[in-house]
Structures are given as C-alpha cells and as structure tokens.
Design a protein around this ligand. Structure first.
Ligand code: HEC
Ligand code: HEC
Ligand code: HEC
Ligand code: HEC
Ligand code: HEC
Ligand code: HEC
Ligand code: HEC
Ligand code: HEC
Ligand code: HEC
Length: 325
C-alpha cells in the first residue's frame, strides 16, 4: 500500500518536474518584432466580426454567451458602439475559417492563430497589445518577472472560456499555483501556516504573479515590508529592537508554513541558540522567585523575553532584553 502510494507520488512528481524542467531551461529569446509578426495571423484573411463568425454555426454559443457577460464583453468602443474585444482580437482574422465550414459544422480553425505552435512570448503579446503596462498597472513588471522569463504565459493562469470570470479567482488561485509550485503546497500543509488553505488569504496578498521590482515578486520593498503591511504591531521602530533582525522576519519565521508555532523555522530554544548562548538562572526574571529556575536550563526563552520583536520599555536592569511587553 505504502509502496504503491510512493510510486504514484514519484510518478506525479516526475511529470511535474519534467514540465518545470522545460519551463526553467533556457529558450532563445527573439526581438519583440518577431513575436509581433507571429500574432498577425494569416495575411490573406480578413476580420469579419463576431456576428459573421458566430451566426454560421452554433458550436461556440456558450463561449460567446460567457464572453458577453465578462469584463471583456462589457468593453464597447464609444465611437462605433462595437465591442472592443471580440473573438478575433485574440484568435486573429476569421474570414478563412468560416469560408470552409465542414459537414459537421466545424469551421476551419487551422487558419486562425495556432496557439499550440506559438512560443509563450507571442501568446503573452496577444494580451499585451491591449494590456500595456500603462493601461494595466499590475503588469508593470511583467517583462522582468520570473514567470515571463520562464516561458509561463498569461494563458497558463487565465482560462478565459471557463465562464465569464477572466481574472483568476481567489478561491481557485492556490490550486492553480500549486500545479507548478508543489513545494509551496507542502509548506502550506505544515502544522503552522498562514491561512491560505483555509481560504482567508491568497498568494496575491504577498506576491504579484505578474512580477514586481522586488525578489520573488513580493509586494513590499523588503520581506519585512511585505509582512508589516498586515502585522503593523511588530513594525517598530522600537527603542530596544532585536538588533537588525527585525529587518528580516525570515531569520526566524517561514513565510508560508513551518513545523513550529507561530511559523517558526526552529523550535525554542534551538531557534535562539543558533545565535545566542543559552543561560541558566543566573538572571532573575522580574517577579520570579530566584530559586524557581535554579539550575534549570531555560528552554522557552520567550516566556521571559516576551517582547521578542522589540519594546520601548527597558528591562529591570535598564537594558533592552525584551522582558517587558
Ligand atoms: C481575450 C482573448 C480571447 C477572446 C476575446 C476570445 N478568446 Fe477564445 N481563447 C482564448 C484563449 C487564451 C484560449 C486558449 C484556451 C484557454 O485559455 O481557455 C482560447 C480558446 C478558444 C477555443 C478552443 C478551446 C475551448 O475552450 O474550446 C475556442 C473554440 C475559442 N477560444 C473560441 C472563441 C470564440 C468563439 C470567441 C468569441 C466569442 C473567443 N474565443 C474569444 C482567448 C480569447
Ligand atoms: C482587444 C483588447 C484586449 C485584448 C486582446 C485582451 N484584453 Fe483583457 N481587457 C481588455 C479591456 C479593455 C479590459 C477592461 C479594462 C481593464 O481591466 O483594463 C480587460 C480586462 C481584463 C481582465 C480583468 C477582468 C476583471 O474581472 O477585472 C483580465 C483578467 C484580462 N483582461 C485578461 C486578458 C488576457 C489574459 C488576455 C489575453 C488572452 C486579454 N485580456 C486580452 C482588453 C483586452
Ligand atoms: C502565474 C499566473 C498568472 C500569469 C502568468 C498571469 N496572470 Fe494575470 N492574474 C493572475 C492572478 C492570480 C490574478 C488575480 C490578482 C488579484 O486577485 O489580485 C490576475 C489578475 C490579472 C488582471 C486583473 C488586474 C486587476 O487589476 O484586477 C489582468 C488584467 C491580468 N491578470 C492580465 C494578465 C496578462 C495580460 C498576463 C500575461 C502578460 C497575465 N495576467 C499573466 C495570475 C496570472
Ligand atoms: C505553468 C506553471 C506555473 C504556474 C501556474 C505558476 N507558476 Fe510561479 N513560477 C513558475 C516558474 C517556471 C517559475 C520560475 C522558476 C522557479 O523559480 O520556480 C516561477 C516563479 C515564481 C515565483 C518567483 C520565485 C523566485 O524565487 O523568484 C513566484 C513568487 C511565483 N512563481 C508565484 C506563483 C504564484 C503566486 C502562482 C499562482 C498565481 C504561480 N506562481 C503559478 C511556474 C508557474
Ligand atoms: C504571507 C505572505 C506570503 C503568502 C501568503 C505567500 N507567500 Fe510565497 N513567499 C513569501 C515570501 C516572504 C517569500 C520569500 C522567502 C524568502 O525570502 O526566503 C516567498 C517565496 C515564494 C516562492 C519562492 C521560494 C520558494 O519557496 O519556492 C514561491 C514560488 C512562492 N513564494 C509562491 C507562493 C504561492 C504559490 C503562494 C500561495 C499558495 C504564496 N507564495 C503565498 C510570502 C508569501
Ligand atoms: C495580507 C496580510 C498578511 C501578510 C502580508 C502577512 N501576514 Fe502573517 N498572518 C496574517 C493572518 C490573517 C494570520 C492568521 C491570524 C490568525 O489565524 O489568527 C497571520 C499569522 C501570522 C503568524 C502567526 C500568528 C499567530 O498568532 O499564530 C505569524 C508569525 C505571521 N503571520 C508572520 C508573518 C510574516 C513573517 C509575514 C511576512 C513574510 C506575514 N506574516 C505577512 C496576515 C498576514
Ligand atoms: C529573532 C527571531 C524573530 C524575528 C526576527 C521575528 N520574529 Fe516574530 N516571533 C518570534 C517568536 C519567537 C515568536 C513567538 C513569541 C511567543 O511565543 O511568545 C514570534 C511571534 C510573532 C507573531 C505572533 C505573535 C505576535 O507577536 O503578534 C507575529 C505576527 C510575528 N512574530 C511577526 C513577525 C514579523 C512580521 C517579523 C519581521 C518584522 C518578525 N516576526 C520577526 C521570533 C521572531
Ligand atoms: C539570527 C541570529 C539571532 C537569532 C535567531 C536570535 N537572536 Fe537575539 N540577538 C541577535 C543579535 C545579533 C542581537 C544583538 C546583540 C547585541 O546587541 O549585543 C540579539 C539580541 C538579543 C537580546 C538582547 C541582548 C542584550 O544584550 O541586550 C536578547 C534578550 C535576545 N536577543 C534574545 C533572543 C531570543 C529569546 C531569541 C529566540 C526567540 C533570539 N534572540 C534569536 C541575534 C539573534
Ligand atoms: C526565566 C526567565 C528567562 C528565560 C526563560 C530566559 N531568559 Fe534570557 N534573560 C533573562 C533575564 C532576567 C535577563 C537579564 C535581564 C536584564 O539584563 O535586564 C536575560 C538576559 C538575556 C540575554 C542578554 C545576556 C547578556 O549577557 O547580556 C540574552 C542574550 C538572553 N537572555 C537570551 C536568552 C535565551 C537564548 C533564552 C532561551 C534559551 C533565554 N534568554 C531564556 C531571563 C530569562
């Protein structure tokens, strides 16, 4: 039983890996103009408009209906009253496709843009010709993003014909991301984790999948700034801060999940002992009887050093040992 499970898991991981291996490998990058040429479509075809396309056959009625209800369908050009985004905006000119509709009522879709033959940069350009960085600020850093540079295109995430929804919904997002980021799924399954699996948070609360100017597509300028967008109470500055450590929360916390509460990379006292020597009851914690800790190795450091991120209140000895809260 266990063995079969392991084999299935290995097989799953292997397929996931080959995919990612391809995405991570270097592909030649062409000048933008070359990609632009690829998405012009057949030069001998003309634009005929949705009505011409769709009145001839009804195979795509659901797609048409969904699209009409979507944000794309709502875009109407003020000068002409015509839809700004129609089938041909993304699929290329359609006259040849409807010139030869076969007995089964299928159009000659081979004359439209062949998505399966286009490199991911060209696929993205189909969207980017309208979604310029100026019109869609969320895409400002797309070209420099880890996704764009790893041959992940808009199409991998935005499934436009599954319904009227064109955005990736917060409910579906984590599964979508895990389909390529298996290791991140595993982090979120750890005992202590940000409530993404519970649906209270989503990847986009910390990352912009279209890239940002920061590492890992983080929303804040630094890891700390990303965290303190929500955890303002630990932001400081404090009179007594935990050295420059509060600059980087990830010295102690894992962002996605960890085996130790609360999101700690190691359990106490080991977390602290990585950088400090432990101490026995050579200090008296304020309010504690001196012999209570006599000889005992102090294990839960934050039982006393409660204000671990920093505090404005000095300890009894007038130092910032984070005793006060
Ligand atoms: C904003 C861009 C866009 C528009 C507008 C658009 N499509 Fe698509 N279409 C796509 C993308 C991207 C795919 C690739 C598969 C996917 O992501 O769902 C696709 C795939 C398809 C497919 C094959 C896959 C499937 O889901 O059956 C058909 C058929 C199709 N589109 C028809 C249409 C028709 C008809 C219209 C107009 C009513 C239309 N499309 C408008 C982007 C678009
Ligand atoms: C012909 C122009 C055009 C093309 C091509 C186009 N879009 Fe759009 N799209 C728009 C406009 C206009 C809007 C509405 C204004 C806005 O949100 O920027 C929009 C909105 C969106 C939204 C926001 C939906 C929402 O619920 O807020 C998404 C997501 C989107 N487009 C994705 C895509 C993807 C992915 C592609 C490529 C497959 C694509 N678009 C191609 C013009 C276009
Ligand atoms: C790795 C997955 C992924 C890729 C690749 C991706 N997107 Fe998105 N996109 C998302 C997610 C997730 C959201 C929802 C963001 C949110 O809810 O804040 C989104 C939202 C959007 C929006 C709505 C923006 C808004 O302000 O509401 C647009 C437009 C859009 N994407 C266009 C694109 C285009 C164009 C491309 C390709 C150049 C692209 N996306 C590539 C995942 C992706
Ligand atoms: C089609 C596969 C695919 C999907 C879907 C996908 N990614 Fe990625 N992602 C990649 C690849 C490939 C890279 C670049 C190589 C790497 O570091 O894994 C990457 C890189 C990243 C990085 C940067 C990692 C770093 O170390 O700089 C982040 C953050 C990220 N993805 C988040 C997301 C989020 C959030 C989603 C869902 C909205 C998502 N990804 C969906 C394939 C994908
Ligand atoms: C609470 C904020 C937060 C949330 C929510 C979050 N991340 Fe991250 N993520 C980070 C930070 C911070 C880093 C950088 C870690 C570092 O510097 O060690 C990171 C790193 C990454 C990386 C690159 C390193 C790695 O672990 O592979 C990927 C990929 C990634 N995140 C994907 C995701 C996905 C997918 C989701 C949603 C399922 C998600 N993240 C949700 C904060 C977050
Ligand atoms: C979008 C808001 C948001 C961001 C950004 C964010 N968090 Fe959180 N964080 C939460 C929420 C919500 C919880 C769950 C609180 C709960 O369950 O009571 C949480 C829980 C935690 C906990 C556990 C607290 C406890 O009481 O168990 C720690 C530690 C933590 N976050 C650290 C971080 C770190 C480190 C970062 C940056 C990498 C970060 N957070 C970024 C919203 C956020
Ligand atoms: C030196 C290690 C260390 C660093 C660096 C650190 N933390 Fe913590 N953090 C802890 C420990 C230990 C706890 C648990 C305290 C306890 O058990 O009483 C904790 C608890 C938390 C909690 C939950 C309890 C609370 O105080 O609200 C949050 C949220 C949190 N940290 C966020 C952050 C953020 C955000 C950063 C970066 C600005 C950060 N931490 C940097 C060690 C650290
Ligand atoms: C990544 C290394 C690192 C980790 C992990 C770490 N610290 Fe620190 N800590 C430091 C540094 C550096 C200082 C500043 C030392 C100085 O100024 O002499 C400091 C200062 C302190 C001080 C104040 C010392 C003084 O002389 O005023 C206390 C108390 C302390 N840490 C407790 C803890 C506890 C408790 C933990 C575990 C929750 C912890 N530290 C985890 C590096 C770390
Ligand atoms: C019983 C309470 C208590 C526990 C538990 C405790 N400490 Fe302390 N710690 C103190 C007191 C009291 C001081 C001195 C306070 C002062 O200087 O005002 C102190 C001082 C320190 C200092 C500064 C030492 C110096 O030489 O200046 C460090 C570093 C420190 N503790 C780390 C730790 C670590 C690491 C742990 C966990 C292994 C820990 N403490 C557990 C009470 C405690």
């Amino acid at each position: 039983m266990k063995l079969t499970f392991a084999l299935v898991l290995a097989a799953l991981l292997a397929t996931a890996c080959t995919d990612l291996h391809y995405l991570r490998s270097d592909q030649p990058i062409l000048p933008v103009r070359e990609y632009e040429k690829l998405i012009v479509g057949r030069l001998d075809a003309d634009y005929v408009g949705d009505d011409n396309c769709l009145s001839r056959c009804h195979a795509h009625d659901k797609i048409k209906h969904d699209l009409q209800l979507s944000v794309h369908g709502e875009q109407i050009a003020s000068e002409t009253g015509l839809p700004l985004v129609n089938c041909e905006s993304c699929h290329g000119p359609g006259s040849l496709a409807i010139a030869n509709i076969d007995e089964q009522g299928r159009c000659d879709f081979g004359t439209l843009l062949r998505y399966d033959e286009l490199p991911s940069q060209a696929l993205a350009l189909i969207c980017l010709k309208c979604h310029s960085a100026a019109s869609t600020p969320i895409l400002h850093n797309w070209n420099a993003s880890a996704h764009a540079n790893s041959d992940v295109s808009c199409f991998d995430c935005h499934r436009l014909h599954l319904g009227p929804q064109q955005k990736v919904s917060r409910q579906e997002m984590d599964e979508l991301c895990y389909s390529c980021h298996q290791d991140v799924r595993i982090s979120f399954q750890q005992f202590s984790h940000h409530p993404v699996p519970e649906g209270k948070m989503a990847c986009v609360d910390c990352h912009n999948p279209h890239g940002t100017a920061q590492d890992h597509g983080l929303l804040g300028l630094t890891v700390k700034e990303t965290c303190t967008r929500c955890h303002m109470d630990v932001q400081g500055p404090f009179v007594y801060e935990h050295a420059d450590l509060t600059e980087d929360c990830s010295n102690c916390h894992a962002p996605h999940g960890a085996p130790n509460n609360p999101l700690l990379k190691a359990s106490q006292p080991f977390l602290c002992l990585q950088c400090h020597a432990g101490h026995q009851s050579r200090f008296l914690a304020p309010g504690l009887a001196s012999d209570q800790f006599k000889g005992a190795f102090l294990t839960r450091c934050t039982d006393c050093h409660k204000a671990i991120h920093g505090t404005d209140i000095p300890s009894a000895k007038g130092r910032g040992t984070f005793i006060a809260r």
